[in-house]
Write a protein that binds this ligand. Sequence first.
Ligand SMILES: [Zn+2]
Length: 174
Amino acid sequence: MVVREIKLVGDPILRDKCSEVTDFESAKQVVVDLKDTLQEFRKKNGFGSGIAAPQIGVSTRAIYVSTQEFEGEMLNPKIIKHSKQTALFWDECFSFEAAFFAKVKRWVSIELEYQDLSGNRKTMKVTDEHLGTLLQHEIDHLNQILFIDRIVREGEYILSCNAWKQLGKPLKVK
Ligand SMILES: [Zn+2]
């Protein structure tokens, strides 16, 4: 079990360009580390569904996702189609110590292609909002985009983690 340190906002690695996975053999260790680090975070904090390689300090296009709908690695994931429709979704991120939630604009459904650890190419249609927005969040990490970059500017919504737990409803922050 290898639990890696989670890189926090301000660490330049979160804004470094990620390279495509071409050596699937050496990607195995990255995937194991992503899985272990995600599981440890979830054990400590009681939530957490996905993690991207830059968050453990590796600039490579790999993510690991653990939800009821899908569990596993996605290498070189790419959104190939998306709904015209967007909506506002609550989002948060380990790299901000999950200290606050913010409403961000995301596509309602997506279709993506990715590769598994054997290099097999796969496609997936995602209409489930939790998995769909999670995948958009993790793929954003591979493109050096953090969720704060997508906060809706007008009438933006931000909620501290404690407020989220206590109130369960959005606070409007100006
Ligand atoms: Zn994140």
